[in-house]
Ligand binder design. Structure first.
Ligand code: GRF
Length: 201
């Protein structure tokens, strides 16, 4: 059974979807451990309610590399094959990134490369795009910039607010993140330059 580790900082709805998909036998692996850098993140309760080991690695008062080294130790103890960022709100250090070549993945609430960074749904709404969406991508040094694994477009409606738009983008996130993780764990894909190519099913 392939093992997934999930890093979180907040709500944990993507985490919950990954856990639920794994429980249904549709993820191609199990969520083996959850790490939060925030002690009272609701994501921790969601993991524990599902019986998934959930730990706090508080980043405060620690150098980034030291904090990341602790997380790396926990992930290795649990035999993790793939690390998923799911609302993890900190930059990762180079040694951590180097430990997971092509085995570290993130979900971002925009159609990258448009609107990287914080509050992407509001950025898209304020810009006035007609099509927004969500992106699952491999994580590299540059923020929100690694090879794109999967995307789903979300049409922007005239009466959308940033919140209503974010709500529909979140639904798209919950559809593509489990599918992308399953694809990555299955191993039937390759990179050509920065293009992620999945084998035909
Ligand atoms: C999601 O919008 C995700 O795309 C972004 O952070 C948010 C996390 O939400 N990276 P949740 O904690 O999974 O509910």
């Amino acid at each position: 059974m392939k093992k997934v580790g999930v890093l979180v900082s907040g709500r944990g709805s993507n985490l919950q979807t990954l856990i639920a998909t794994a429980r249904e036998g549709q993820l191609g692996g199990e969520v083996a451990v959850v790490i939060s850098n925030v002690a009272d993140a609701p994501a921790l309760d969601k993991a524990r309610a599902a019986g998934v080991p959930a730990l706090v690695c508080d980043h405060r008062g620690q150098a980034r590399e030291e904090h990341d080294r602790r997380m790396l130790g926990v992930l290795r103890e649990h035999g993790v094959d793939l690390v998923c960022l799911a609302g993890y709100m900190r930059l990762l250090s180079s040694p951590f990134l180097a430990a997971w070549p092509h085995r570290l993945v993130n979900i971002h609430p925009s159609l990258l490369p448009a609107f990287p960074g914080l509050d992407a749904q509001r950025q898209a709404w304020e810009h006035g795009v007609k099509v927004a969406g969500a992106t699952v991508h491999l994580v590299e040094e540059a923020l929100d910039a690694g090879p794109i694994v999967m995307q789903e477009a979300v049409a922007v409606r005239a009466d959308d607010t940033p919140d209503t738009l974010a709500g529909r983008i979140l639904e798209a996130e919950h559809r593509i993140y489990p599918r992308a993780v399953r694809l990555l764990l299955g191993g039937r894909w390759r990179l050509e330059g920065r293009r992620f190519i999945a084998d035909p099913e």
